[in-house]
Design a protein around this ligand. Structure first.
Ligand code: HEC
Length: 91
């Protein structure tokens, strides 16, 4: 089943190399706590999605997939623009 295969890749995605992680955390600075909470929400939503898929609970797969997408969006809305400007030099 695709969802049960894929969700763990999101939940357990590899951490970036230490150097990159330091640059990211250095840049988010005092927002690091908020950034990590967004990251944690995404992990949790992905785990919930995996569980729902394993149970064969279609309703909850849809609901947790929506929660997962919201968690991606929430972090992007807060952090993506400044990241793009800072690390890639574009808006
Ligand atoms: C904790 C914050 C955070 C979470 C959670 C997050 N992202 Fe992102 N994402 C970013 C930031 C910051 C960037 C821009 C910097 C970069 O591309 O390196 C980005 C860039 C991206 C990009 C690159 C392409 C583009 O248009 O810039 C993709 C694709 C993406 N995210 C997908 C996702 C998906 C799918 C999820 C949810 C499963 C997710 N992200 C969750 C912070 C987050």
């Amino acid at each position: 089943m695709r969802v049960t295969d894929t969700a763990p890749h999101i939940a357990e995605h590899p951490q970036p190399p230490l150097g990159e992680k330091m640059r990211i955390l250095g840049f988010v600075g005092s927002d690091a706590g908020r950034f990590k909470r967004f990251d944690e929400q995404t992990h949790q939503a992905a785990r919930a999605l995996e569980q729902a898929a394993k149970r064969g609970d279609g309703q909850s797969v849809i609901a947790s997939f929506a929660a997962l997408q919201n968690s991606c969006l929430a972090c992007h809305q807060n952090f993506r623009k400044p990241f793009m400007e800072h690390f890639y030099g574009k808006p």
